[in-house]
Design a protein around this ligand. Sequence first.
Ligand code: ZN
Length: 284
Amino acid sequence: MPIKGREIVQAARWDLRSFFVKGIAPKFKVELGQRAMREHATYSGRGDKAILCFSKDFCSYDVSSIDDYNFVLMIISHEFAHYFHKHNEHTDVDSFDTKSIEAWADFFGAKIMMSLATFGKNNIRICRELGFNFHSGDMLDSMSNALYRLAASLFDAEDTRYSNRITRVGYCAAGVTSFLDSYWKDFNFSRSLDVLARLYSHETLSEWLTAESHDFSLDRGVIERVNKIHNKIQGYQLDITGGLKPEFIKYLGTSYKTTPEIRDLYLRTRREQAKRQGFDLPDF
Ligand SMILES: [Zn+2]
C-alpha cells in the first residue's frame, strides 16, 4: 500500500516537534485535505492562528518511492520554513520582499528536509517502509530526481514572486550543503562540490542548468533583505522560533541578529578557507 502525502506531512510535523524541548514546541498546526486549493499548500494566519493548509490532492497523493518521498518532503519542508520564520507576521512592501522570503524558504526548507531525513524517527521509518536502505549517495541522487520534478512543475512558473527555476534549485542545493557543513562541523569545499554534482546529476536538470546558466543568480541583495525582514520579525526575542533542543540549533536556529559587517566577515572567512583548500571562489 502506498503511503499518502498526508502521512508525510504528519511525520514531518511530529518529527519537527520532537526537535524542540518538551512542552515548548511550536504547535505547527496543519489542516489536511479539507479544501480543494489551487496550490499544494498555503501558510496563513498570524500568532496562535498560524496554520499550514495542505490541499486535498496533495494529501491523497500516492508516495510509492523514495523519489516521491523527497519530492513531497521538499514541498512540505518549504512550507514549514515559512512557519519557522513566522513570515505571515510580515507584510511585504514590494516584490523583492516576496522573492527574498521565498528564496529563504527554499534554502531553509532544504535544511528542514535534511534534518527530517537524518534525525526524524517517523521519516526514517517511512524511508524504510518505502524499501530505501539509507546510503547518502543514493539519497542525493533521489533528491536530484525530486529537484528535477520541482523544476519541471512548481518552479517552472512565470511568476515574478519567485526566482527562476534553476536559481530555486540552487537555493535548495545550498540548503543541503549548509546542513552537511553543520553536520560534519567543517567547511569542506570538495565535499560540497561532490554533493552539488550529485544534486544536479539528473540528466534533464543538468541540461537546464547548463542551458539556462545565464539565468542563475544568487543575489546578495536577497540575503540582506531577508535579514532585515527576519530581524524585524524577531524583534527583541532570542530567536524567531525558540525552544529547539541545543543539538538542533545549528541546523534550524532562527536567530538573525547579525550585521552586514559580520556577514561580510563570514564571507571573507569562507573564501579564505576555500582558497586554502585550492578553490578560488568568485566575489559574491
Ligand atoms: Zn513559499
